[in-house]
Design a protein around this ligand. Structure first.
Ligand code: ATP
Length: 243
């Protein structure tokens, strides 16, 4: 039974495993519109596994993930795609399509007109700085260009919950700033949930933080209350390193 109601993506007593290892244990959290969340934690802490569970692409051991009061696994794929989009950490380009065609694929969940789809696709191509390569095959792009195409496609999907796994990978400083500005704008009336290793980026842009600590310990709240010296030491203190 999902207790939290209203517009949010939330987990209740969520347990996630990879092989026989419990990665996330009894996690309760909730993400709502108007919030820009960062999920932070050490390598292997379970950030990607959690993000995938929030997107409905990870097997859940027990507990629930619910979106706007409805268990995620009860939504058909199209309804889910209108609610949630996921930018993977690494994505392999295999289709021979142009940048414009790839970004337009973000529109597939919506019954909008061709003109509306084209308008939004053009806008995202423009906002992500892809005009000069818009007719190029995605197989012939640089790593950074391809990352921007993936981001533009997710943004074109206009889902209520935008899930981002290390979105700044491959981007130079100028594009990092531009893309973070886009996500910040998007979070004004949607929820953005981003896995990120760059604490400075998190401090500058994110309103909320979920910290995955050791021993199944999770802390969440506003960035101002979470990003204290004390908490960051707990998260990254060398004395806790296993590797
Ligand atoms: N497909 C898989 N099969 C088995 N174990 C996996 C699989 N994917 C991840 N794991 C393990 O699950 C744990 C959590 O991995 P996950 O990718 O969620 O961590 P992360 O916090 O995103 O790490 P990073 O910061 O390095 O990207 C790790 O111990 C990892 O080795």
């Amino acid at each position: 039974m999902v207790e939290q109601e209203g517009l949010m993506l939330c987990t209740e007593q969520l347990v996630l495993r990879q092989d026989d290892q419990t990665v996330i244990n009894q996690l309760n959290c909730a993400f709502g519109p108007g919030e820009f969340w960062a999920i932070i934690g050490r390598n292997g802490a379970g950030k990607t596994t959690l993000l995938h569970a929030l997107a409905g692409v990870q097997t859940i051991q027990s507990g629930t993930v619910a979106v706007d009061g409805q268990p995620l696994n009860q939504l058909d794929p199209l309804s889910r795609a209108r609610k949630i989009s996921l930018l993977l950490q690494e994505q392999e380009a295999s289709l021979t399509v142009s940048v414009t065609e790839a970004v337009a694929m973000g529109r597939y969940p919506w019954p909008s007109t061709r003109q509306q789809d084209q308008q939004l696709t053009d806008e995202m191509i423009h906002r992500c700085g892809l005009e000069t390569v818009r007719d190029k095959s995605i197989l012939k792009l640089s790593g950074g260009e391809r990352r921007k195409v993936e981001i533009a496609t997710c943004l074109a999907q206009q889902s209520d919950y935008l899930l981002l796994d290390e979105p700044l990978n491959h981007l130079d400083l100028v594009h990092r700033r531009n893309i973070m500005q886009l996500f910040t704008e998007y979070s004004q009336d949607h929820a953005v949930i981003m896995v990120c290793h760059d604490i400075e980026v998190v401090k500058t842009h994110c309103s909320h933080v979920l910290m995955i600590l050791e021993n199944d310990c999770y802390l969440s709240g506003s960035s101002a209350t979470m990003l204290t010296e004390h908490n960051l030491q707990k998260l990254f203190n060398d004395s806790n390193q296993h590797d």
